[in-house]
Design a protein. Structure first.
Length: 656
C-alpha cells in the first residue's frame, strides 16, 4: 500500500483579484507577496523581529527574536515585555478614543455600540474587580459566557492583570466544564445566569454549579455572574458574586501588568482523540503578532472597515478574530449573540445590510446550512458594503465556495479560505486577497514566514500532486507553546521524531501544479480503500456538487476486502426520500455521480440520508459520532454539545 494520499478532486476554476482591489491592498499583487516571502527566506528571525517591532508597542523591547535552545519548546521575543490589553485598548486612546470598537447585536436584535474609551474603562473596572477578588498574574480564570460585550471585557481584563484565561464554549456540558476547571486548576469562573440563543433561554450558572459539585475544583474561590437573562439562579454566598456588585465602586483605570512575551495569555482546550481535553497554551507576544499581521495581510484591514467574524469566543477563531486581532488594529467589529437562522434564515444578510459590514468571516457549515434554508435569500438584501469574504474551520467545498462568491459577494468580493488551527493561533495558509488568484476549495499559498510542506510518513517531502501530511518546517511566533501540564503529550503529538523537527499539523494535503495547497481532511479521516488513501473532503465535495445535495459528511468503516468502505451521510436540499424505491434510486444516482466526478474508487459503499448532520452549536460536524453510527458501535461519548441530538436516532434508523 502507498504511504501517499491520493488526490481525486479536479477543480480548474480560477478567480483573479480585480485591479481596483489589488491597487488598494495591503499586500498588492504576487510581486508584493513574493517580496515578503523572500525577506523571510533571507533572514527568517529578522523578518519576524521587524514585524514585532513595527506592530507591537513594547514596554521593554526584546533583543532575541527566536530561542530554539529548548526545541520543540520554542520561545519568541522572550526578553521583551508587553501587555496584550494595552496593545488592544490603551494605544488607541490618544488617536481614536471615540471610534466605535464593538457593535453588539443581541439575540432579540437590540444593538449596543461601545467606543474604545468606553471599552477601556469597562476593562479597567473589571480588572480591578478581579484584583479585589485576589486574582493575580499567573492565576487561571475559566470564562463560560454568552457572546457579549462582557465576554470581551472579561478576556481583556484577565490579559490586563496577567491572569491566564481559559474560555469554555457556552454549549459545553457541566462535565466538560468540570474537566477544564480541574485541569487548569482555575481559581475563578466568570459566567452568566443564562444565554439567549434563537429566542430560547439556555442556563449557564446552573452548569457551573453542577461542574463545581462534581469535585476536584477546590482551587475555585470566586464565581462572578453576569446578569444577562434575569433567570433565577442558585446562590452560594461563599463563592458567588454578581458582576454588577463586583465592579461597583471600582476605578475606571488600571495599570497593566507588564509580562514577558512568553507569559501565557490563555489556555484553550481542544478535544483529544483519547477524549481527555488538551489545554493548548499560547504566549502573549508571538500570539498577538500573529493576530495583527493576519488582520493586515489576510483581511486587508483598513481603518474604515466594519469587520464581522461570526465565531464564538469559545473557539480560537473568536479569540484571534473577535477579542484580540480586530481590537489590536483599532478596528470596528460586529459581535452577534444569536444564531444565523433566528428569527429566520435571512438574519446574517440583514445584519450585513444594517451594519454595513465590509468584511464577513464565517464557517463552511454555516454557509451550507444557509444554502439549504434559503439559497436565494441574499438577493433580498443590500450586501453592497461587503468587500471581502472569508471562511474558517474546515475546507470549503467548491460548490459552496461558488455560491458564497456569487450570491453573497456578488462576484466581486475575494474569498479568503483560511487554513489554520487552535494550535497555530492565526492563519497559516490563505489567499492574500489583493495578491493571488483563488481557486474554489483551495487555501492557496502559505503566508510570508510560514514554511509549509507536504511529507510522507517518514518526513520526506512528496513530489508533485501527491498527497501527504501537512507540516510547518520552521517555528513561527504564534504557535502553541505546550499542552498545559503535559509537555510530553505536546512533544509526541506535534513534533514526532519522524517529522525531523517540523510541526505536524494532523491534516492531509496535496499541492497542485501552481503550488497551491488543498486540504484533504484530518489524517485520522484518511480512508484506506483498496490500496488507495483518499481524503474525505474530496468525496464530500463531489457529493455536494450534485444539485440535489446540501451537505455531506464521509467516514470509513472496516471492510474485509477493501480495508475500508466509504460511508456517506447526506442532507438533501429537498425532502428526503421515504419509500425504499426512491431511497435506492437516489443512492444509486449519487454513487454514480461520485464515480463520474472522482472515479470508481471513490464511490460510496453506503449512503444514508438525514434532515441534518450531528453538529455542535458552533456548527462543527461531530464525525466521531458518524463513525460510531457507521460501524454500529454504541455511542458512549458526551453529546451534550450537540445542537440536534435527535438526529442520531434518525441516522441510526436509516441503516439498511
Amino acid at each position: 500500500m502507498s504511504n501517499n494520499i491520493d488526490s481525486v478532486l479536479n477543480e480548474t476554476r480560477v478567480f483573479h483579484p480585480s485591479d481596483a482591489f489589488m491597487r488598494q491592498a495591503n499586500v498588492s499583487g504576487m510581486a508584493g507577496y513574493r517580496a515578503l516571502r523572500q525577506e523571510a527566506e533571507r533572514d527568517y528571525e529578522g523578518f519576524w523581529a521587524r514585524l514585532a517591532r513595527e506592530n507591537i508597542v513594547w514596554h521593554k523591547l526584546f533583543h532575541t527574536a527566536l530561542d530554539e535552545s529548548k526545541a520543540p519548546f520554542f520561545q519568541w521575543f522572550a526578553d521583551g515585555e508587553l501587555n496584550v490589553s494595552w496593545n488592544c485598548l490603551d494605544k488607541h486612546l490618544a488617536t481614536q478614543p471615540e471610534k466605535t470598537a464593538l457593535i453588539f447585536e443581541a439575540d432579540d436584535g437590540k444593538i449596543t455600540r461601545i467606543t474604545y474609551r468606553e471599552l477601556h474603562a469597562r476593562v479597567c473596572q473589571f480588572a480591578n474587580a478581579l484584583k479585589s477578588r485576589n486574582i493575580k498574574k499567573g492565576d487561571r480564570v475559566v470564562i463560560y459566557m454568552p457572546m457579549s460585550i462582557e465576554v470581551v471585557v472579561a478576556m481583556q481584563a484577565c490579559a490586563r492583570i496577567g491572569a491566564i484565561h481559559s474560555v469554555v464554549f457556552g454549549g459545553f456540558s457541566s462535565k466538560s466544564l468540570n474537566e477544564r476547571i480541574e485541569d487548569a486548576q482555575a481559581c475563578a469562573v466568570i459566567t452568566a445566569d443564562a444565554q439567549m440563543r434563537g429566542g430560547k433561554v439556555m442556563p449557564l450558572k446552573s452548569a457551573v454549579d453542577e461542574a463545581l459539585a462534581m469535585g476536584r475544583c477546590d482551587a475555585v474561590h470566586s464565581v462572578i455572574v453576569y446578569r444577562r437573562a434575569g433567570s433565577e439562579v442558585q446562590w452560594n454566598s461563599r463563592l458567588d458574586v454578581w458582576w454588577h456588585d463586583a465592579i461597583a465602586g471600582q476605578a475606571l483605570t488600571c495599570e497593566p501588568e507588564w509580562v514577558s512575551a512568553e507569559h501565557p495569555l490563555f489556555i484553550l482546550y481542544t478535544s483529544g482523540s483519547t477524549g481527555k481535553p488538551k489545554g493548548v497554551q499560547h504566549s502573549s507576544g508571538g500570539y498577538l503578532l500573529g493576530a495583527i499581521v493576519t488582520m493586515q495581510w489576510v483581511f486587508d484591514y483598513k481603518p474604515d472597515d466594519i469587520f464581522w467574524c461570526t465565531a464564538d469566543v469559545g473557539w480560537v477563531t473568536g479569540h484571534s478574530y473577535v477579542t484580540y486581532g480586530p481590537l489590536a488594529v483599532g478596528g470596528t467589529e460586529v459581535i452577534f449573540e444569536g444564531i444565523p437562522t433566528y428569527p429566520d434564515a435571512g438574519r446574517f444578510w440583514k445584519m450585513i445590510q444594517q451594519h454595513k459590514a465590509t468584511i464577513f468571516y464565517t464557517a463552511p457549515t454555516a454557509i451550507r446550512s444557509l444554502i439549504k434554508l434559503g439559497g436565494e435569500l441574499p438577493k433580498q438584501y443590500d450586501l453592497s458594503s461587503l468587500r471581502l469574504l472569508g471562511t474558517v474551520g474546515e475546507p470549503i467545498n467548491p460548490e459552496a465556495w461558488m455560491w458564497y462568491y456569487t450570491m453573497v459577494g456578488q462576484s466581486r468580493c475575494p474569498i479568503v479560505d483560511t487554513w489554520w488551527q487552535t494550535e497555530t493561533g492565526c492563519h497559516m495558509i490563505s489567499p492574500l486577497p489583493g495578491a493571488m488568484p483563488t481557486k474554489p476549495g483551495s487555501c492557496t499559498l502559505p503566508l510570508p514566514g510560514i514554511m509549509a510542506a507536504i511529507v510522507d510518513e517518514a518526513g520526506n517531502e512528496v513530489p508533485g500532486n501527491q498527497g501527504g501530511f501537512l507540516v510547518i518546517q520552521r517555528p513561527f511566533p504564534s504557535q502553541i507553546r505546550t499542552i498545559w501540564g503535559d509537555p510530553e503529550r505536546f512533544r509526541n503529538g506535534y513534533f514526532p521524531k519522524e517529522m525531523r523537527g517540523a510541526y505536524l499539523a494532523g491534516d492531509s494535503s496535496h499541492r497542485d501544479a501552481d503550488g497551491y495547497f488543498w486540504i484533504m481532511g484530518r489524517i485520522d479521516d484518511v480512508l484506506k480503500v483498496s490500496g488507495h488513501r483518499l481524503g474525505t473532503m474530496e468525496i464530500e465535495s463531489a457529493l455536494v456538487s450534485n444539485p440535489l445535495v446540501a451537505e455531506a459528511a464521509v467516514v470509513g468503516r472496516p471492510h474485509e476486502i477493501k480495508g475500508e468502505a466509504i460511508v456517506a451521510f447526506v442532507v438533501l436540499k429537498g425532502t428526503r426520500p421515504q419509500d425504499t424505491a426512491a431511497i435506492k434510486k437516489t443512492v444509486e444516482d449519487l454513487r454514480n455521480w461520485v464515480s463520474k466526478e472522482l472515479g470508481p474508487i471513490a464511490k460510496p459503499d453506503d449512503i444514508r440520508f438525514g434532515d441534518n448532520l450531528p453538529k455542535t452549536r458552533s456548527g462543527q460536524i461531530m464525525r466521531r459520532l458518524l463513525r460510531a453510527i457507521a460501524t454500529g458501535e454504541e455511542i458512549t461519548q458526551d453529546i451534550s454539545t450537540l445542537e440536534n441530538p435527535a438526529i442520531l436516532e434518525q441516522l441510526k434508523q436509516a441503516i439498511k
